[in-house]
Design a protein around this ligand. Structure first.
Ligand SMILES: [Zn+2]
Length: 92
């Protein structure tokens, strides 16, 4: 079981969330048209990290906000969660 500490709702079970992908690297820009090679690389050519990893999660069963979450891919322990727009790790 993964418990995600939503900054607005408090600690909640992962069943309230939807995984949204890798947040450790930027998405390709949409400003210059549809760069298929860039999107292919972003979606399909990913790392499979062992240990701490920053991910996007959507809290659909709560505040309906996107979060950035650091989760250990081995233990599934969540170290922190913040607003996805913040783009930085929250102060501990
Ligand atoms: Zn929430």
């Amino acid at each position: 079981m993964i418990v995600i500490p939503c900054p607005w709702c408090g600690p909640r079970d992962e069943s309230e969330f939807t995984y949204g992908g890798d947040a450790s690297r930027p998405m390709p820009s949409l400003k210059n048209g549809n760069d298929q090679a860039a999107w292919h690389g972003f979606v399909h050519q990913r790392e499979n990290p062992k240990g701490p990893h920053v991910e996007y999660w959507y809290h659909g069963g709560g505040c309906e906000r996107w979060l950035r979450v650091e989760r250990d891919t081995i233990t599934h322990q969540v170290r922190w969660a913040s607003d996805a727009a913040a783009k930085t790790e929250p102060e501990q």
